[in-house]
Design a protein around this ligand. Structure first.
Ligand code: HEC
Length: 122
């Protein structure tokens, strides 16, 4: 009987340990979501510098749309301007004016928008 009870206690302890072990993962995921949301909000603020030329709605204009593009692609293009692989004068100066954190925030913001041609909410 005491053997059985020992096994039950051990099992409960294991389950409890497993639950406790999950906690950091759960809170870490919430932290990442909060960080991503904060970055997008910061990016939206910074993007007021871009949206006079790059539309942030779902219409395609003469200037390439950034909405809905992967953040990594936007960052790569900004690096192309900053490092001279692309030479549009305005964009070279825009790209050079953004530090790493600002560029990441702006890229995250545009990536979070619905791409041109979609009917998602404007
Ligand atoms: C005064 C107008 C203007 C402003 C402001 C501006 N851009 Fe641009 N951007 C352009 C033009 C024009 C191009 C196309 C240049 C080229 O590729 O020769 C371009 C191209 C780009 C590209 C490359 C797109 C592609 O498909 O090749 C990225 C990325 C970009 N801009 C990001 C930004 C970001 C981010 C901001 C704000 C921080 C910004 N731009 C502000 C005019 C502007």
């Amino acid at each position: 009987m005491s053997k059985f009870r020992g096994a039950v206690v051990t099992r409960i302890a294991c389950v409890a340990a497993a639950i406790v072990a999950q906690w950091p993962a759960v809170t870490a995921a919430a932290d990442i979501d909060a960080q991503a949301a904060a970055r997008i909000a910061y990016g939206r603020h910074l993007a007021s510098e871009c949206t006079s030329c790059h539309r942030s709605d779902t219409q395609e204009g003469a200037i390439p749309a950034l909405a809905g593009r992967p953040a990594a692609q936007i960052l790569e293009l900004l690096a192309d301007f900053r490092e001279g692989r692309k030479t549009n004068a305005v964009m070279v100066s825009v790209a050079k004016s953004l530090d790493e954190e600002e560029a990441a925030a702006v890229a995250a913001y545009f990536a979070s928008l619905p791409p041109p041609g979609t009917t998602a909410a404007r």
